[in-house]
Design a protein around this ligand. Sequence first.
Ligand SMILES: *[C@@H]1O[C@H](CO)[C@@H](O)[C@H](O)[C@H]1NC(C)=O
Ligand SMILES: *[C@@H]1O[C@H](CO)[C@@H](O)[C@H](O)[C@H]1NC(C)=O
Ligand SMILES: *[C@@H]1O[C@H](CO)[C@@H](O)[C@H](O)[C@H]1NC(C)=O
Ligand SMILES: *[C@@H]1O[C@H](CO)[C@@H](O)[C@H](O)[C@H]1NC(C)=O
Ligand SMILES: *[C@@H]1O[C@H](CO)[C@@H](O)[C@H](O)[C@H]1NC(C)=O
Ligand SMILES: *[C@@H]1O[C@H](CO)[C@@H](O)[C@H](O)[C@H]1NC(C)=O
Ligand SMILES: *[C@@H]1O[C@H](CO)[C@@H](O)[C@H](O)[C@H]1NC(C)=O
Ligand SMILES: *[C@@H]1O[C@H](CO)[C@@H](O)[C@H](O)[C@H]1NC(C)=O
Ligand SMILES: *[C@@H]1O[C@H](CO)[C@@H](O)[C@H](O)[C@H]1NC(C)=O
Ligand SMILES: *[C@@H]1O[C@H](CO)[C@@H](O)[C@H](O)[C@H]1NC(C)=O
Ligand SMILES: *[C@@H]1O[C@H](CO)[C@@H](O)[C@H](O)[C@H]1NC(C)=O
Ligand SMILES: *[C@@H]1O[C@H](CO)[C@@H](O)[C@H](O)[C@H]1NC(C)=O
Length: 598
Amino acid sequence: MTRFLSSLLVASSLLSSALGVILTDATTIAKDYDFVVIGAGTAGNVIANRLTENPNWKVLVVEAGISNEGLYLVSTPFFGPQASPNKAWTWNYTTVPQTACLNRTMNYQRGKLLGGTSSINYMIYTRGSHDYWDNIANYTGNPTWNWTNIEPYYIKAENWTEPADHHNTTGQFDPSVHGFSGPLSVSLPGSPNELSTRIFNTTLELPDTYPFLEDVGAGNGIGLGWMQATIDVDVRASSAQAYLAPKFIARPNLDVLIEQQVTKILFTKNSKGLPHASGIEFSAGPNQRKFTVSPSKEVILSGGSIGSPHLLMLSGVGDAGELLEQNIDIVFNNPQVGKNLVDHPALANHWIANSTQTLDIYRENATDLTLAEQQYNTTGTGTLVDNVSPAIGFFRIPANESLFEQFTDLTSGPNAGHYEFLWRDGWGSFLPVPAPTVGFFTTITQVMLAPASRGSVTLVSPDPFTFPKVDPGFLTNEYDVQTARYAIKSARAFMNATAWDGYNLGLAFDDAAFQTDEELDLFIRNNTAPIYHPTGTNRMESSAKDDGVVDSFLQVKGVTGLRVVDTSVFPFIIEGHPEAPTYALAERAADVIKSAWQ
Ligand SMILES: *[C@@H]1O[C@H](CO)[C@@H](O)[C@H](O)[C@H]1NC(C)=O
Ligand SMILES: *[C@@H]1O[C@H](CO)[C@@H](O)[C@H](O)[C@H]1NC(C)=O
Ligand SMILES: *[C@@H]1O[C@H](CO)[C@@H](O)[C@H](O)[C@H]1NC(C)=O
Ligand SMILES: *[C@@H]1O[C@H](CO)[C@@H](O)[C@H](O)[C@H]1NC(C)=O
Ligand SMILES: *[C@@H]1O[C@H](CO)[C@@H](O)[C@H](O)[C@H]1NC(C)=O
Ligand SMILES: *[C@@H]1O[C@H](CO)[C@@H](O)[C@H](O)[C@H]1NC(C)=O
Ligand SMILES: *[C@@H]1O[C@H](CO)[C@@H](O)[C@H](O)[C@H]1NC(C)=O
Ligand SMILES: *[C@@H]1O[C@H](CO)[C@@H](O)[C@H](O)[C@H]1NC(C)=O
Ligand SMILES: *[C@@H]1O[C@H](CO)[C@@H](O)[C@H](O)[C@H]1NC(C)=O
Ligand SMILES: *[C@@H]1O[C@H](CO)[C@@H](O)[C@H](O)[C@H]1NC(C)=O
Ligand SMILES: *[C@@H]1O[C@H](CO)[C@@H](O)[C@H](O)[C@H]1NC(C)=O
Ligand SMILES: *[C@@H]1O[C@H](CO)[C@@H](O)[C@H](O)[C@H]1NC(C)=O
């Protein structure tokens, strides 16, 4: 337990009945909350922050995990990949054997601390395309979800921040599409190097295939540009660091209770005989004391794409047959809960770099890492200020490719990519394979942005402390294999540009052994890994349609007093990284809730 946490324990017992602090003692919470938010993750803290702008509303957030304060692996951008899995602050889910990936199981971590997964992710900030949001508006029949209406929420959330090296960023982003006074810091790389130059030199050489994009967040995202990341100059900006910052947590009408897991949403019958979410039950762990709290207005569920459907099912909202098998009383039969799980299959391609200065030095040489930490700790500069890649690119597979004779294009539209590249100045992998002990590498991680495969989250036990079964169904649709094959060829063509002459010494490991389509397919099935973007398990659908889990106001269908606000409600997966759209979703949801109660 960190020093910070022990001082909090002291603070909460000293200020036993006071509001406006992070609480660890459940006996000290108030009884008269207007709203209860389940989960202090990416979305939950936005809701808590915005609702407590109204001084007359009292909000309680209940978080299963620990505080984010004082965790060096969490706050240091470079250590993003080391902030998970299997930490004291992660949900250590494991997928079921992925039948289309040679039956491999995969770890499937989520953040279990203040900030949720925004505290352990790679901080990649991508807003998605106009087409993505316009499709959601169309699908839900609610135009307030279209890009025109959502872009202002991105701007509201953002505090565009100077990079750590304070370099001149003219031409590296478009200031007219960014916000400068929101809580959430977003910045460009603060330690660019030779790899960045070669990446951008490739755009000059092959502009038709890999065009330069001045701003990857402007909504017309085909091409590659400078990485935008949720980094506050030199530290991770998470929803906790931003939306629960000292000036917000000090609000007397906001309570955040940590280390208590919500085990059930409690329902009563409303005047029309419909189930009404009247409160929640929570406890610190199995066989620990149970507490309940009942807000006067709403329960807002922000547990994420695994946690939220899990809790709905535990509480009786889900497929009646599956609930009966677990002896759970049915509140509302909705077979869609936990279904439609979609995630991006990702894959790392490796080349040998003719360099002795890639990030591999930190793995090979402890002295180099100590020096980098010393520089970072004392000056807030150097390679540790950045996340995993200096650039990000979104590319389309041409419409005349033969795969589209067999399959429908699943992207949101021409502004959205089929595949993404991230460049690592060194070895990188999502697979639990040992890192090489020697050598210098360049990695392109490819992310398939609009996959066809679907999976599910299902109960295996009525015990809230038993993980549900998580099955992303990776590559179960052949379309995803064929698009991944295209992306591998594209990554190899990218590294073949003359911009890499004298630097790229060829494919690393045995990657070069995979050339024919059949060989590449085996490579794909053996190397695909999750990038941890689970989406869609409480899909939003028009209230006019008898489908989906929430309506376009994010109210859970079939019950009252309960909304879901998190990545689980997106009906499609973003062609990018879900963090930024989840902030925009939550910012808009806060306004929806405010207007419902004004
Ligand atoms: C995840 O694994 C870590 C390390 O073993 C452990 O401390 C933590 O409690 C686990 N998290 C959960 C939710 O079980
Ligand atoms: C995966 O497991 C299933 C069920 O055990 C088995 O039928 C199948 O042959 C396995 N596939 C591979 C590629 O090992
Ligand atoms: C909305 O979806 C329908 C059906 O898929 C399609 O015909 C229509 O063109 C879409 N409208 C917009 C504005 O995208
Ligand atoms: C977005 O919705 C607004 C109404 O809120 C509408 O005026 C506008 O035309 C829509 N934009 C698009 C691109 O559909
Ligand atoms: C930054 O660079 C741009 C164009 O390269 C130049 O016009 C501008 O004056 C520079 N700004 C500063 C503060 O040096
Ligand atoms: C934006 O971030 C910078 C750098 O951390 C900070 O100095 C500034 O106060 C922030 N602005 C707002 C509005 O929070
Ligand atoms: C990038 O291209 C410029 C202009 O052709 C060239 O001067 C520079 O050396 C290139 N940088 C690298 C790292 O190859
Ligand atoms: C490790 O890094 C230090 C500092 O850069 C350097 O002096 C030393 O020679 C390196 N050791 C090896 C074995 O390369
Ligand atoms: C840098 O700071 C962290 C957190 O205080 C500490 O754990 C680490 O040892 C420091 N590293 C060095 C090289 O001083
Ligand atoms: C790489 O370039 C060589 C020489 O121009 C060419 O023969 C080869 O087909 C290229 N490979 C790819 C994957 O583009
Ligand atoms: C590696 O780079 C050095 C210069 O940095 C160059 O002299 C050498 O030719 C390169 N090696 C290869 C095999 O391209
Ligand atoms: C899959 O990759 C691992 C290395 O990660 C390798 O040992 C194994 O042989 C590969 N299996 C196949 C079927 O290619």
